[in-house]
Design a protein around this ligand. Structure first.
Ligand SMILES: [Zn+2]
Length: 313
């Protein structure tokens, strides 16, 4: 079935009532323990509801891409018995869709062209748009910004409950297309989630704030937003989020059972010792059956016990 509104042609799932979730890593490095936790949590959230789980590689930022990382991520997920339900979607192949949506937003007056530098924008008080909004000139060296003058300041998070934001802390604009011609994260994510029929975005709490921007895009595009759920992220003992940028250790695919058991324990599950000698297939099946959000007691971050000592569960 295809749905068409003035912005975007949507291939909606044939069964609208089915849960569709996704995991959407960027290929800026191998999966680390934190990204495995997010992958596993979103997988269990989908599979415990007989839903589909899609995989999307967010490769819209070639300068940040590490050669071979996409393949490596796919192999790592497979090794952990986390199999996706459709062909992998690569954002790098979807420029036409982003451009089409961007044009719809431009025509409806939701955007403006901006030539400001990052430094100039950082001096701008929240709630204000830069002077470029008054002069609609489009040159080669302009970013396309979304006029974020009426932000949505509250949403229900499936795990964290009501989330509220202070308007004074929300920028009055954000990028849809960058000066260098690359599509911005917020635009690509929203277009893909709509087009892939995602019913719930289940991801790490580091992206909690991004939800405000994405909800504004759903509203401008006149498409109902999916539900949102943000899982606790893994942080180091010094409080830093494990990330590819801070060179978190790559997942060791020779320790699949331990990785899965550690990730399940992180998500609040009581994992029996015998689990560590089970096949990945059995561990996943066990977890799908027992997945219960009420077990997740950490809110937005939790220390990675593996750093202090493996097998401390
Ligand atoms: Zn500007």
């Amino acid at each position: 079935m295809k749905i068409f509104n003035e912005y975007i042609l949507i291939d909606s799932p044939s069964d609208m009532s089915q849960y569709v979730g996704r995991f959407a890593p960027s290929p800026s490095g191998p999966l680390h323990f934190g990204s495995l936790v997010t992958a596993l949590a979103s997988y269990l959230q989908a599979k415990s509801q007989q839903g589909r789980w899609l995989l999307r590689i967010e490769d819209i930022d070639p300068p940040r891409e590490i050669k071979g990382a996409s393949k490596n991520i796919l192999r790592c997920l497979e090794a952990h018995h986390l199999f996706w339900d459709e062909d992998v979607t690569y954002q790098s192949t979807r420029s036409a869709l982003y451009e089409q949506t961007l044009h719809g937003l431009m025509e409806q007056g939701h955007t403006y062209a901006c030539q400001c530098t990052r430094a100039e924008l950082s001096e701008l008080a929240n709630g204000n748009v830069c002077g470029c909004a008054e002069s609609p000139s489009l040159t080669q060296n302009t970013a396309i910004k979304f006029k974020h003058l009426d932000p949505i300041l509250e949403f229900q998070d499936g795990l964290l409950g009501t989330q509220t934001f202070d308007k004074s802390a929300i920028p009055a604009q954000f990028s849809l297309k960058r000066k260098d011609g690359l599509y911005a994260y917020q635009l690509a994510v929203v277009v893909d989630d709509i087009q892939q029929g995602i019913t719930e975005v289940a991801r790490g709490a580091d992206l909690l704030d991004a939800t405000v921007f994405q909800l504004a895009l759903y509203k401008a595009l006149q498409v109902s937003a999916p539900s949102f759920m943000h899982f606790p992220v893994v942080v180091t003992s010094s409080g830093k989020k494990l990330s590819k940028q801070n060179h978190a250790k790559a997942i060791d695919v020779k320790q699949v059972n331990h990785n899965l058991c550690d990730a399940l324990a992180f998500l609040g599950m009581t994992v029996p010792k015998s689990c560590r000698t089970e096949t990945p297939q059995n561990i996943i099946a066990w977890a799908v059956e027992r997945w219960d959000l009420r077990q997740i007691t950490a809110k937005t971050a939790r220390i990675d016990n593996r750093i202090g000592g493996l097998d401390s569960i």
